[in-house]
Design a binder for this molecule. Structure first.
Ligand code: MN
Length: 235
């Protein structure tokens, strides 16, 4: 019997993307990052859209965009307007396809606090031209994320304050119960379009109050019952 060994690689393998987990040195390995657009009515309105419940829409960031363990966010190139979007991050422990809403939370391993950093000036141009959003959304260090907190410890929060301070001033404030599409609905909807995998993250949209940061700013995000995230923007 031959033992299968991993094939030799022609270049060094890229490092695996992982997130810290509260209460352990073990880490959460990340597969994909799905992001929900316009999932709080007040944010939809501030971006000039109708807050009515339309089907959700999605974009992705790359796992390599994660900024973890309290690292600073370097100012990204090609932009003069980088916006913060504080979001609940859902971390899947089980994948699947066509997951019923009623079973969806059973696929969640934990939750975290994240920032969907956005090159808003570039996004505005892409929107106008009907082009894809990756250049605005999926750049280096565009996904600061805090510790993942196990659902086994905190359950599945469907309410709780979500806030972002910049330089000590309150910028964004909302409540998880204001989400247009709830976490189980998002998981179910995504699972009809993609084969979800253990390690997938879902960034679930941002409340109103998005705005720009500048080098030297410190962003402090928090979600009641889940945790905090502190990220400094550097030149
Ligand atoms: Mn967002």
């Amino acid at each position: 019997m031959t033992v299968q060994s991993a094939p030799a690689l022609v270049i060094a393998p890229p490092p695996a993307a992982t997130l810290p987990v509260r209460g352990t040195t073990a880490r959460f390995p990340v597969h994909r990052i799905y992001c929900v657009g316009r999932n709080y009515a007040a944010h939809a309105v501030e971006m000039g859209h109708d807050p009515d419940k339309e089907p959700p829409f999605f974009f992705m960031k790359s796992p390599t965009n994660l900024l973890t363990d309290g690292a600073d966010m370097p100012w990204p190139p090609g932009t003069e307007d980088v916006h913060h979007e504080v979001e609940l991050v859902v971390a899947l422990g089980q994948g699947g396809r066509d997951i019923p809403v009623a079973e969806a939370l059973g696929h969640v391993w934990g939750y975290g606090v994240g920032l969907d950093m956005t090159r808003r000036d570039l996004q505005a141009g892409l929107k106008k031209a009907g082009r894809p959003w990756e250049v605005a959304k999926a750049f280096e260090a565009s996904a600061p994320c805090g510790e993942i907190v196990p659902a086994a410890e905190i359950g599945h929060p469907d309410r709780g304050a979500i806030r972002l301070h910049v330089g000590g001033a309150l910028r964004q404030e909302g409540d998880l119960d204001q989400m247009i599409w709830k976490v189980p609905e998002i998981i179910s909807y995504l699972s009809a379009l993609f084969v979800l995998q253990p390690g997938d993250l879902i960034m679930t949209g941002t409340p109103s109050g998005v705005g720009g940061v500048k080098p030297g700013d410190v962003m402090e995000a928090e979600i009641e019952g889940i945790g905090r995230l502190r990220t400094a923007v550097t030149a």
